[in-house]
Ligand binder design. Structure first.
Ligand SMILES: C[C@@]1(CC(=O)O)c2cc3[nH]c(cc4nc(cc5[nH]c(cc(n2)[C@H]1CCC(=O)O)[C@@](C)(CC(=O)O)[C@@H]5CCC(=O)O)C(CC(=O)O)=C4CCC(=O)O)c(CCC(=O)O)c3CC(=O)O
Ligand SMILES: NC(=O)C1=CN([C@@H]2O[C@H](COP(=O)(O)OP(=O)(O)OC[C@H]3O[C@@H](n4cnc5c(N)ncnc54)[C@H](O)[C@@H]3O)[C@@H](O)[C@H]2O)C=CC1
Length: 152
């Protein structure tokens, strides 16, 4: 099995993106996704101020409930971002049954896709991965590319 993921660039504008959990990781990922997806739903009984604020402004939908499988029914893409590995595992199992691509923030071995570090400059979009091997390296590369793109 290959250990590198191919960087597809995907049209998410009309897709239903469902994020389970609304803590610091979910917040960071929703912030990034806002440039790409118009239909983001967050499912979590509690949320960061950022997510609550985006929901209040109507930019995302926030369902103030614990995860349940019904919440995946219409999803095209799912991000499991809770701090409970057993909940993330159930999300993974349900998505596999439903044929929905799923990302687990706590287990790279069960991600259908990784969430990359992203740099945007006008129409240029750069996605960065260190193949799950080194998150600090991914961040460092993002910072280097971000500064390099400032210069053009
Ligand atoms: C495989 C991947 C799957 C996915 O989640 O999609 C994954 C997995 C995991 N990350 C973990 C931990 C951390 N990850 C970060 C940071 C980032 N992680 C990101 C992506 C990815 N992380 C995917 C591809 C990774 C790659 O390309 O190599 C970035 C690029 C994008 C983003 O998250 O927005 C962003 C940096 C970029 C930026 O800053 O731009 C930090 C630091 C921080 O949060 O500041 C920590 C804290 C620990 C530390 O400090 O080392 C753990 C252990 C969790 C646990 O302990 O349970 C797992 C689980 C595992 O490895 O199995
Ligand atoms: N992939 C990555 O880049 C990183 C992943 N992690 C992993 O991500 C996990 C989450 O980290 P944080 O966001 O910092 O945690 P956090 O504690 O800030 O947020 C957890 C969120 O999950 C929600 N939640 C808990 N149980 C739920 C349920 N049953 N249904 C719906 N929502 C539920 C909570 O309400 C909260 O909003 C960590 O436990 C760690 O395993 C941590 C750092 C980086």
């Amino acid at each position: 099995m290959k250990n590198k993921y191919f960087p597809f660039f995907v049209d998410l504008s009309e897709k239903q993106v469902v994020v389970i959990g609304a803590g610091s990781i979910a917040s960071r990922r929703v912030r990034t996704l806002l440039s790409f997806a118009d239909h983001i739903t967050v499912v979590s009984p509690e949320a960061t101020e950022e997510i609550a604020g985006l929901a209040a402004e109507g930019k995302i939908r926030w369902i103030k409930e614990k995860y349940s499988r019904e919440r995946l029914a219409d999803a095209d893409l799912v991000l499991a971002c809770t701090d409970h590995p057993e909940v993330n595992s159930d999300i993974h199992a349900a998505c596999k049954c439903l044929g929905i691509p799923v990302n687990l923030c706590n287990d790279r071995t069960r991600c259908d896709f990784y969430f990359p570090g992203i740099v945007e400059k006008d129409n240029v979009v750069v996605g960065i991965t260190a193949s799950g091997s080194d998150h600090h390296l991914a961040r460092q590369v993002r910072e280097i590319i971000s500064s390099a793109l400032e210069k053009i």
